[in-house]
Design a protein. Structure first.
Length: 369
C-alpha cells in the first residue's frame, strides 16, 4: 500500500492507492456543489409532496417535531447507536480479525462520502481503510465486494418480505403505492436475474463476455483505458475470490445484516410513534412493508443518499395508509428518520475519516523518524 505523502515531504499528496489527490480548494468546491444539488433536490421533493397532499402544512410538521420529549429523543439516539453498532459488526465480520470499533469506522466514514456523492463512492474509501489496517490488497478488495453483495442482497430480499407484510396488514395497493410496488418489482426481477447469473460460474463468464463490448465502449466514450482482459474472465475470478472469502463468514455476516435491518426499521417505527401516529392508524407491519419497498426502490442510488427519492416514497406510501389526518405527522416522522439514517452520518463520518487520516499521517511521521 502507498501511504499518503504529506506536503512537507516534498511531493504532491497521494491517496491510499498512490494517485495524486485534488487540491483542498477543488475538493471543497465539489462538496459545496453537491450540497447545493442535494438542497435543490430536497426542495423540489417538498414541492412534489405538497402537490400530492393538499393538507401538508410546514407549521403542523414543526409542531409534530416539537412534541418530542427528552425520553423520546434519548430513545431515538440509543436506537441510532444500536443501528450503527450493528452496521459495524457487519462490516467487521467480513475481514478476519477486524475489531468491531474499526468496523464502525469503516462504515460511518465511507457512508459520509456516499451520502453526498451518488453511486458506490463508499467502496474505494472502505478499501483504503481496510488496507491501512494491515489487510492485504486481495482480501480488502474481496471484503469490499462481499459487503456490496450483502447490502444489495438484503435490499433484494426485503421487497419479498414486503409482500408478506402487505398481505398481513391488509394494505390496499392503489394510486401512488401501485407505482412504487411496480417499480420495486421490476428492480427486484432485474437484480434477481443478476443473482441467478452470479450463482453459476458458466453463466457469470457468459454474461461477462456479452457485456464486455458494452463496457469497452463506455471506457472509450469516457476516454479511459479499458481493462486488458475480457470482462468474463475478470467476473469469474472476482466471483471465485468472493465465494472463497465468505467461507465461514456467511452466518455471522447474515446475522449482523438482519440485526442492522431490524434496528433501522425500528428507528422508522419509533419516529412515527413519537410524533403521534397510533398503532391503529399505521401498524408496524404496514411500516415494515413500506420500509422494505423503499429499500428495494433505492437499490440504485440515483441521488446522493437517495435524497428526494426516499422522502417522496416514504411519505407517499405511509400517508395514504395512515390517512390524511396524519399526513403532517408522517412527514415529521420521515424527517426524523432521514435525519438519523442519512444526514447525521455526514458529520459523524467526516469526524471518523478525519481521525483515520490523522492516524495515517502519524504512521508516516513515525516511519520517517
Amino acid at each position: 500500500m502507498t501511504e499518503p505523502i504529506p506536503p512537507e515531504a516534498g511531493g504532491a499528496e497521494l491517496d491510499a492507492v498512490g494517485k495524486p489527490q485534488p487540491s483542498r480548494t477543488r475538493t471543497a468546491l465539489r462538496i459545496g456543489i453537491r450540497v447545493v444539488v442535494i438542497g435543490v433536490v430536497l426542495v423540489v421533493s417538498g414541492f412534489v409532496l405538497a402537490g400530492i397532499f393538499d393538507d401538508l402544512n410546514p407549521a403542523e410538521i414543526r409542531n409534530a417535531l416539537d412534541s418530542l420529549n427528552d425520553a423520546e429523543v434519548i430513545s431515538l439516539f440509543m436506537g441510532w447507536l444500536l443501528w450503527i453498532g450493528a452496521q459495524g459488526l457487519q462490516t467487521a465480520s467480513l475481514v478476519d480479525g477486524l475489531p468491531a470499533r474499526r468496523g464502525v469506522l469503516a462504515y460511518v466514514g465511507p457512508s459520509a462520502v456516499s451520502s453526498v456523492v451518488p453511486g458506490p463512492s463508499d467502496l474505494p474509501v472502505r478499501y483504503a481503510m481496510y488496507q491501512s489496517w494491515g489487510t492485504s490488497p486481495d482480501e480488502a478488495g474481496t471484503a469490499v465486494a462481499a459487503s456490496g453483495v450483502f447490502s444489495i442482497g438484503s435490499q433484494l430480499v426485503l421487497p419479498a418480505f414486503a409482500g408478506v407484510a402487505i398481505a398481513v396488514s391488509g394494505i390496499q395497493v392503489d394510486g401512488f403505492l401501485t407505482v412504487i410496488v411496480a417499480t420495486t418489482v421490476v428492480l427486484a426481477i432485474a437484480i434477481g436475474l443478476a443473482a441467478l447469473v452470479i450463482g453459476s460460474e458458466g453463466r457469470t463468464r457468459w454474461a461477462g463476455a456479452k457485456l464486455d463490448p458494452v463496457i469497452r465502449g463506455v471506457f472509450r466514450l469516457l476516454r479511459k483505458t479499458p481493462p486488458e482482459r475480457d470482462l468474463g474472465t475478470i467476473a469469474v475470478e472476482q466471483r471465485t475470490a468472493s465465494f472463497a472469502h465468505l467461507q465461514g463468514k456467511w452466518l455471522p455476516t447474515t446475522a449482523a445484516t438482519v440485526l442492522t435491518i431490524a434496528a433501522k426499521c425500528s428507528l422508522l417505527i419509533m419516529a412515527l410513534r413519537f410524533v403521534g401516529i397510533p398503532e391503529d392508524a399505521l401498524g408496524w407491519s404496514a411500516i415494515f412493508a413500506v420500509f422494505a419497498l423503499v429499500a428495494g426502490l433505492t437499490i440504485i442510488p440515483i441521488t446522493p443518499g437517495s435524497a428526494g427519492v426516499s422522502e417522496i416514497a416514504l411519505v407517499g406510501m405511509l400517508a395514504p395508509i395512515a390517512g390524511t389526518a396524519y399526513v403532517n405527522q408522517v412527514a415529521a416522522g420521515v424527517l426524523i428518520y432521514r435525519l438519523l439514517t442519512w444526514i447525521l452520518l455526514i458529520p459523524v463520518g467526516l469526524v471518523a475519516l478525519g481521525g483515520w487520516r490523522l492516524e495515517q499521517r502519524r504512521k508516516v511521521g513515525d516511519s520517517n523518524t
